[in-house]
Design a protein around this ligand. Structure first.
Ligand code: DLL
Length: 440
């Protein structure tokens, strides 16, 4: 154990940045916060108007606690100011654009200056090192390259660490498996649901995953729950690590797991972190569950103040065994906008998932379908049965359905219709999975 902790401690990309004394870190944060606020106020008309409406001036920020006086930024601000309205730098200084499509309307657009790209690359390099990847690794990046920040973000971080990058992008799954065999890939970068799908495809190709060289997975872009992690580690010969980020703030590189203790270290010298009560907007203490709110501290292209991520988590400020002093965020419970209200009960897809994972015979592939009949919400959960459990015996199937129903009732206190579906019938994704279809 001691040897292992020493090994983890030696895997720090930027000791100065990641293991700072917290008082020193707070001083740097304050200086950077003042710079950010000033930049936003004087260069982004949206922020000038928002500050003026609240009667606040950049000079009012004299301590980190003053941040609560600043207005929140919501996704709509970026959407309403499409495409360049939130930029604080002239386009001639912007060297890269990324965007997040969302489901409706115009995408949100973000721009990076050269310095932003440099910082981003270092932030991702830290997370990659935390996960245990080094210049000895061959990293296959199966995130989409393009507007999505996943592909390019991990790509540049991996290069900085010195890993051999295989920019495979997403899709063409059989070829991905072939590349992994031939290139002796040791690090897989993907969404966790894509790793599960890849395992199925490998099986159908007759490839035994245990014969591959993949030893570590860097998963992000969507939740990698503890259950998903266990399932992936059962199927693949790898340790699955989680990392978190979002386009509005930067992309991947906001936070990542070191493996020494639970939680994802937040790159706090670049991002100021708060958790708030999503209903009242009040800042919560460490350890209390609420919505993650992030403020960029070094971004030139598009500074963002108090961004409401909608992701639900808790923060832990204790120094980690790995030696890093940065605050850790817990795996997210879900998004406030993913939360379903079914007949008044709050339901997160992650709660449904946790029940399913504990029932023998079902797969992690499921979808929640919500409808409304006679003013009453109905929740149906379609879940795939494992091929070896798939049977014509009606009774066997009913037994599994009842088990799921009971499990859900225990956790959520509501009734759901369970529909077992044939193996392979729920749509697979090479990117982020879609768990909920709300037809209300
Ligand atoms: O998903 C950035 C990213 C790419 C992070 C690759 C990590 C790896 P967006 O497409 O803007 O950006 O989506 C951001 O995805 O607010 C969360 O709801 C969710 N998300 C991202 N990573 C995680 C994670 C990228 N590790 C939104 N756990 C965020 C849970 C995650 N949710």
């Amino acid at each position: 154990m001691e040897g292992w902790v020493d090994r983890v401690k030696s895997m720090i990309w930027d000791k100065q940045g990641e293991c700072k004394n917290r008082n020193e870190l707070r001083e740097i944060q304050l200086e950077r916060l003042k710079w950010t606020v000033d930049r936003a106020y004087h260069n982004v008309p949206y922020y000038k108007q928002a500050f003026d409406e609240d009667g606040i001036k950049p000079e009012d920020i004299q301590s980190l606690d003053d941040i609560v006086r600043l207005p929140f930024t919501a996704k709509t601000a970026l959407r309403d100011n499409y495409p360049y309205g939130m930029f604080a730098s002239p386009l001639r200084d912007i060297v890269r654009i990324h965007a997040s499509s969302g489901t409706t309307g115009k995408p949100i657009v973000v721009g990076y200056t050269r310095n932003d790209l440099e910082n981003w690359t270092n932030m991702v390099a830290r997370i990659i090192t935390m996960a245990g990847v080094t210049s000895e690794d061959v990293a296959q990046i199966c995130f989409g390259y393009g507007f999505f920040t996943g592909g390019f973000g991990l790509h540049y971080g991996m290069e900085r660490v010195g890993a051999t990058v295989v920019p495979a992008s997403s899709g063409n799954t059989q070829k991905q498996i072939m590349l992994m065999q031939d290139f002796k890939t040791t690090a897989l970068v993907a969404t966790p649901s894509y790793a599960l799908y890849m395992a199925e495809v490998a099986k159908s190709m007759g490839v035994d995953l245990k014969t591959l060289s993949v030893r570590v997975g860097l998963f992000g872009g969507e939740a990698c729950t503890d259950n998903m992690k266990r399932e992936i580690e059962k199927l693949w010969p790898m340790v699955a690590t989680d990392n978190y980020g979002l386009t509005e703030i930067m992309g991947p590189g906001v936070a990542g797991e070191c493996g020494a203790e639970p939680g994802m270290h937040i790159n706090e010298d670049h991002v100021f972190v708060e958790v708030i009560d999503p209903d009242t907007g009040e800042q919560l203490d460490y350890g209390q569950e609420g919505e993650l709110v992030l403020t960029t501290l070094t971004k030139e292209g598009i500074p963002i103040i108090r961004y409401r991520t909608r992701d639900i988590t808790t923060l832990n400020p204790e120094t980690c065994k790995c030696g890093r002093t940065t605050v850790r965020m817990a795996k997210t419970k879900g998004r406030t906008d993913d939360m379903l209200i079914i007949r008044g009960v709050n339901v997160f897809p992650s709660q449904v998932e946790a029940v399913l994972y504990n029932i023998e015979g079902v797969t992690p592939h499921y979808q929640i379908i919500v409808t409304r009949h006679n003013y009453l919400d109905q929740m149906e959960i379609q879940v795939e049965i494992r091929p070896e459990w798939f049977s014509d015996n009606y009774r066997d199937m009913i037994k599994i359905e009842e088990k799921i129903q009971k499990g859900l009732h225990k956790v959520l206190g509501i009734e759901a219709k369970i529909t077992l579906v044939a193996p392979g019938s729920i749509e697979r994704t090479t990117g982020k999975s879609k768990r909920v279809v709300d037809n209300r």
